[in-house]
Write a protein that binds this ligand. Structure first.
Ligand code: ATP
Ligand code: MG
Length: 254
């Protein structure tokens, strides 16, 4: 049993339009799975549905996390059980600093792990972890005291998503186009950050348009996602083939 298991997952919008049409996939700790597909094929919809976004209803199939069915759980409960989504378009949270946001998220997770009893992270430990993660991801120190994503540059937002992942230490990290908008140096820094997190404790599902990211984060499996379905799966060579040839052979204009 993989730590994240999708069984014949179907996802529909609130008006009933089906976007994801039967996806089955297993991600183990230590594994990186890449999902590549044309614009509008439903990749972000799949990511939102995984995370429990209320606007994306699961109409058929199941999501299992470490063997437990989480299909009916809310986003907060899924997060507490170790799912994490780095958003394609991170939202600003004016009034909440990065530091307090991270501390609340970590404490919510610790509380759930302690069976509902408060178990706040000791401040010195939190500070040490945050400083180390910020240094590793080269996030400027002053960002920690700014409101989450408020006025952040595109690249800063993406780096801060990975900073959250580094601090929350999920079982499964879902990265939705974390590479888009990053300059070359930032791309390498973020890739190094992700690589250092993937291991016996964490697996990753990486949604991307570019094989370039996958030269830095080597995927074990690459899935081609077209029209709400996985139409082909293979190794890293699939990403290189897509970059050269596009999606034409799958019936999509490239
Ligand atoms: N909340 C929504 N309301 C209406 N349509 C939606 C909504 N969310 C997604 N869609 C539609 O569902 C389809 C899939 O969108 P989705 O964002 O999942 O694509 P994607 O594969 O992530 O594309 P991209 O590569 O451009 O990020 C699109 O046609 C989109 O317009
Ligand atoms: Mg998307």
């Amino acid at each position: 049993m993989a730590s994240l298991e999708l069984e014949n997952l179907h996802v529909a919008l609130e008006d009933g339009t089906e976007i994801v049409k039967g996806v089955s996939l297993g991600v183990d700790p230590g594994e990186v799975h890449a999902v590549m597909g044309p614009n509008g094929s439903g990749k972000s919809t799949l990511a939102y549905a995984l995370m429990g976004h209320p606007a994306y209803g699961i109409t058929q199939g199941r999501i299992l996390l470490d063997g437990k069915d989480v299909t009916e759980l809310g986003a907060d409960e899924r997060a507490q059980r170790g799912l994490f989504l780095a958003f394609q378009y991170p939202h600003a949270v004016p009034g909440v600093t990065i530091t307090s946001f991270l501390r609340s998220a970590i404490n919510a997770k610790r509380k759930a792990a302690a069976g509902g009893k408060e178990d706040p992270v000791p401040i010195p430990e939190f500070r040490k972890d945050l400083t180390a993660a910020m240094e590793q991801l080269k996030v400027p120190r002053e960002l920690a005291q700014r409101y989450v994503n408020d006025g952040f540059s595109g690249g800063e937002k993406k780096r801060v998503e990975i900073l959250q992942m580094a601090m929350l230490k999920p079982r499964i990290g879902v990265l939705d186009e974390t590479d888009s908008g990053l300059d070359i140096d930032a791309l390498k820094i973020v890739a190094r950050g992700v690589n250092s997190l993937v291991g016996p404790e964490m697996g990753a599902l990486v949604i991307t348009h570019y094989a370039r990211l996958l030269h830095y984060i080597r995927p074990h499996h690459v899935h081609v996602f077209v029209g709400g379905r996985i139409v082909e799966s293979g190794g890293p060579e699939v990403a290189d083939k897509l970059e050269a040839e596009g999606y034409q052979e799958y019936g999509e204009a490239a």
